[in-house]
Design a binder for this molecule. Structure first.
Ligand code: HEC
Ligand code: HEC
Ligand code: HEC
Ligand code: HEC
Length: 167
């Protein structure tokens, strides 16, 4: 008889825990949780209401057809315009270019921009095109030994939107 009492108490405890879980979940879950799936449905609407920052490569096309076409036809096609420039929201509002110096798109002509992606690094996949700027220019007779890499040197041979056109 003694042992049945223990079991009864343990059973009661488990029922109390289960009820606590069900009621606790009911009172602590945020509104709209589970309406669409295992997440808070209102969070989707909150994200949709945030202002647009990046528009993607297609958002530049209507105003920059020439650059867009050059870019689409060469090896930088997979690099979004906004990676080398800036988010479209800095530059365009309500379908028009925002006037003013501070809303101009940066267009960095320096070899440092190219080196961000193409500098030879042991950690980069071997299949990705990599160079050491100084060695690359030296091999091509575009620099004297010991001379620093001039800032605009990459653009002399590689237009940034179609980097293989110059080769
Ligand atoms: C790999 C980096 C890179 C990508 C990707 C890129 N650009 Fe550029 N873009 C540049 C650089 C660098 C310059 C500055 C060229 C110069 O000073 O001669 C430039 C200049 C420009 C200019 C100024 C006009 C000119 O040709 O000098 C426009 C407009 C432009 N880019 C639009 C775009 C658009 C639109 C896209 C995508 C379709 C794009 N760019 C993608 C690097 C890039
Ligand atoms: C609604 C039209 C419009 C859209 C969309 C637009 N631009 Fe422009 N952009 C302009 C105008 C106008 C100029 C100034 C004249 C010129 O250089 O063609 C300009 C100039 C530029 C310049 C030269 C620097 C400057 O600001 O004057 C760059 C670089 C550039 N845009 C990149 C981009 C990129 C990248 C995108 C897409 C993310 C984009 N633009 C989307 C209209 C637009
Ligand atoms: C955000 C990264 C990024 C930047 C910045 C960038 N590139 Fe590239 N570049 C790429 C990718 C991705 C490819 C295509 C994949 C590949 O060639 O392995 C590529 C391809 C190239 C190629 C063709 C290589 C080949 O083997 O055919 C050249 C040349 C090149 N880029 C030069 C430049 C120059 C010059 C600049 C600076 C104006 C520059 N890139 C800036 C990412 C970048
Ligand atoms: C004098 C012209 C010239 C200049 C300046 C130049 N390049 Fe090149 N680049 C070439 C030629 C030609 C090739 C193709 C032959 C080769 O691989 O050497 C090439 C190839 C490349 C490749 C592909 C390499 C590979 O092995 O896949 C990359 C990336 C590149 N250049 C980036 C740059 C960058 C970044 C700069 C600026 C530091 C630059 N280039 C300056 C002419 C030039």
């Amino acid at each position: 008889m003694e042992h049945t009492k223990h079991l009864f108490r343990a059973g009661l405890l488990m029922v109390a825990l289960a009820l606590g879980l069900v009621f606790g979940r009911h009172f602590t879950l945020p509104d709209t949780f589970g309406d669409e799936g295992y997440y808070r449905a209102a969070s989707r609407l909150e994200f949709m209401a945030l202002p647009l920052v990046h528009g993607g490569t297609e958002s530049c096309k209507e105003c920059h057809e020439k650059e867009h076409a050059a870019h689409a036809g060469d090896r930088h096609a997979s690099v979004p315009c906004e990676v080398c420039h800036a988010p479209v929201a800095d530059h365009v509002k309500d379908g028009k270019k925002i006037e003013g110096k501070e809303n101009e798109m940066p267009a960095n002509p320096s070899q440092r921009l190219c080196s961000l992606c193409h500098l030879k690094l042991a950690a980069r996949p071997k299949t990705f095109s990599q160079i050491v700027p100084h060695d690359h220019l030296l091999e091509l007779d575009a620099i004297e030994a010991g001379q620093p890499v001039p800032d605009r040197s990459c653009l002399l041979c590689h237009p940034p939107h179609s980097p293989n056109q110059g080769n």
